[in-house]
Design a protein around this ligand. Structure first.
Ligand SMILES: *Cc1c(COP(=O)(O)O)cnc(C)c1O
Length: 387
């Protein structure tokens, strides 16, 4: 009964009706191991008791106030986010694309307010993904997302990810800022070289450009630190967060330093639902859980284990599996047959859910609570489908 859904997606027949931790259950009772987490969203897995209880309790209170009024849970979450990051200001949105929209607007507003309205162009990276709104597809510039939607120039330029000379050459009198993912997701799990990021930061400082990191996918514990920039050692002016931040409840956040945030004054931006009590209540539980040092240590341990098991697998079955890349529990592996074919086999024959990524690779984005048993089963399944 899906004829009434706009045909943007092509889901398989299986219908999931419940979940528990790292597992999803179909309506016929079949159990699937979830190495997709709804694309890096269910960071605490499915039906985590802490989240279920927090949301149940919040559901008996105020669902919505609008930003005409103070939201206590929102203030708490913003305070914690600023305490734990470079940021001084937070804007709450409902998704990754919306968090990016806020950041992209803030980049332009900074220059506009400083008497340089001609500085409006924003440089994005090849292979990037920033969401599906008009501005975010423009920023990524990927033709498969812009085709039919961006008729002419939309104020964004693109350069190859990781190429500092190309970036230098692209900076001109109209350039306002740079947006990049410290770890590219859709593009094929590519971690930015810290030296490259340092050079990007230096270019931004030299030309007074605003540096924005999109950590919608790699952020919120997935990289092994709360945000990937903290491990990579380069601090942006703006950071977007979503996906894992809500653990499955829709929420996005745009974090900025004071230099940028102070320009987003009354009337410049807004959202009806952004920062609502339900979303920010869940966000608080997520942040308290994920930012705990013992939790992040677990993420790093499981990352090391998964990475070494994948590397061993690619040595055992080099005809099918190649280079392993990524950071934390955002790991990818190059595959030789068509990645869709492997993904379907993994799902239908092995009941393990994985995600595709660019460069004909598979992506592994398990709940951050994943354990060795699930990883062992994943590796066994990958080995079986290769035969
Ligand atoms: C998923 C994603 C987005 C878009 O988030 P939505 O919630 O789908 O709007 C933006 N940037 C990155 C890096 C993502 O992975």
């Amino acid at each position: 009964m899906r004829e009434s859904i706009m045909p943007c997606y092509a889901p398989p027949e299986v219908l999931f009706t419940s979940g528990d931790g790292c597992y999803l259950y179909a309506d016929n009772g079949d159990r699937y191991s979830d190495f997709s987490s709804g694309i890096a969203v269910n960071a605490l897995g499915h039906a985590h008791p802490k989240l279920v209880n927090a949301l149940r309790e919040a559901a008996g209170g105020i669902w919505h106030l609008s930003n005409m009024f103070r939201v206590d849970s929102g203030e708490q979450l913003a305070n914690k986010l600023t305490e734990q990051t470079f940021a001084d200001r937070v804007f709450f949105a409902n998704s990754g694309a919306e968090a990016n929209e806020c950041g992209l607007k803030a980049i332009r507003r900074y220059h506009y307010d400083n008497g340089r309205p001609e500085r409006y162009r924003i440089i994005g990276m090849s292979g990037s993904f920033h969401g599906r709104t008009i501005a975010t597809v423009g920023a990524s510039g990927n033709p498969s997302y812009t085709k039919g939607f961006i008729p002419t120039d939309y104020g964004f330029d693109q350069v190859p990810f990781g190429d500092i000379d190309a970036l230098k050459a692209m900076i001109g009198e109209h350039t306002a800022g740079i947006i990049l993912e410290p770890v590219q997701g859709e593009g094929g799990i590519k971690v930015a070289d810290p030296e490259y990021l340092k050079a990007v930061r230096a270019l931004c400082d030299e030309h007074d450009l605003v540096l924005m990191f999109d950590e919608v996918q790699c952020g919120f514990g997935r990289s092994g630190s709360l945000y990937a920039y903290q491990t990579l050692g380069v601090t942006p002016d703006i950071l977007s967060s979503a996906k894992g931040l809500g653990g499955g409840f829709p929420i996005g956040a745009c974090l900025t330093n004071e230099k940028i945030g102070k320009h987003m004054v009354i009337g410049t931006h807004g959202s009806t639902f952004g920062g609502n009590p339900l979303a920010t209540t869940v966000g608080n539980v997520m942040l308290d859980t994920v930012s705990d040092e013992a939790f992040l240590t677990h993420v790093r341990k499981m990352s090391d284990y998964l990475r070494s098991e994948l590397t061993e697998l690619s040595k055992r079955v080099p005809e099918v599996y190649g280079e392993v890349s990524g950071m934390g529990l955002m790991l990818g592996i190059k595959v030789t047959p068509e990645n869709t074919e492997l993904l379907v086999k993994m799902r239908d024959e092995q009941q393990v859910l994985v995600v595709k990524a660019g460069g004909n690779s598979l992506r592994f984005l398990p709940p951050l609570i994943v354990d060795k048993a699930e990883i062992d089963a994943l590796i066994k399944a990958l080995e079986s489908v290769a035969k």
